[in-house]
Design a protein around this ligand. Sequence first.
Ligand code: DAH
Length: 355
Amino acid sequence: MSDLKKIKDEFLKKFNEKLNLTEINKLKSDLFGKNGLISSQFKKIGLISENDRKKFASDLNIIKDELQGLIELKIKEIENAEINEKLENEKIDVTLPERNFVRGKIHPVSQTIDEISSIFSEIGFSIEEGPDVENEYNNFTALNTPYNHPARDMHDTFYLDEKKEKLLRTHTSPVQIRTMLKDKPPFKIIAPGRTYRSDSDQTHAPMFHQVEGLYIDKEINMGHLKGCLDYFIKEFFEVKKIKMRFRPSHFPFTEPSAEVDIGYEIRDGKIIIGEGEKWLEILGCGMVHPNVLKNVKVDPNEYQGYAFGIGIDRLAMLKYGINDLRAFFECDYRWLNHFGFDPLDVPTNYRGLSR
Ligand code: DAH
């Protein structure tokens, strides 16, 4: 019997026993390892007479492929069997009652968005959404912010491409544009969501939240804006009186424009709202600029109205006495357990927002 046939027969004898993964790997290295039986045969090729060499090499290669194939197949088989056994043993019966019950908490920002939505829904605003990845047109140009306007730098925008066509929206104002382009006036909407600017300290995070407001109809004026914001702030903070001031300001998309601050003070490390000598800016607002209306094919001679953009995270900080914005986004479970809300306690105006 030739050497090759002997090697093959020996191999098959062992191979057909019940082997585990370690044993099959040993068999593999006995054949194909550095000094393995098959490897040694390859070293012999050069010593064989020229007449027999070709046939020997060809036989050797056939056997090599055959045995290698058998081994690989077996390894796969064993591995599959192991996986199946594991799956079988680790099966979870989802119908069993839970043993360690931990109820998650609602993040203060989510809770605040629900509260804001509830307040504005009560007075007839519907809720709109827009994408975080915006185009340059909706975020700036349509909002009367031309290419060379300093606001584009001022915003410290995260651009997503070289041409500066795609970006992470720097405010929720582009939802004004999206809303007005897809419908006909009147418009009375709010749009809460994430916004992004390249900014980070105790009161600024690169990702933060805003809620946009837009009310366009035939006779909406600045008085309506003040009334609406006054109503909102009191409802939100659940107080009868609030210290609030309108400061003249500038935004390209409103004329006239204002910023609104609310009064607060810090007592024993806690923020007390509506009192004290300190002011915190919480929103920008104004009457929508005629150019913005023209950009969305709304006739400024027929329609007018107000818009506002409120910083949601700051409202949440003020209301719930949280004094570092960064904690909002650190995902610390202990923090969330302390500041979070019961998932079943959905805010509604009639039950009280934050019982
Ligand atoms: N988009 C402004 C900002 O992020 C906020 C703002 C100001 C929104 C005035 C408005 C507005 O709708 O009318 O700073």
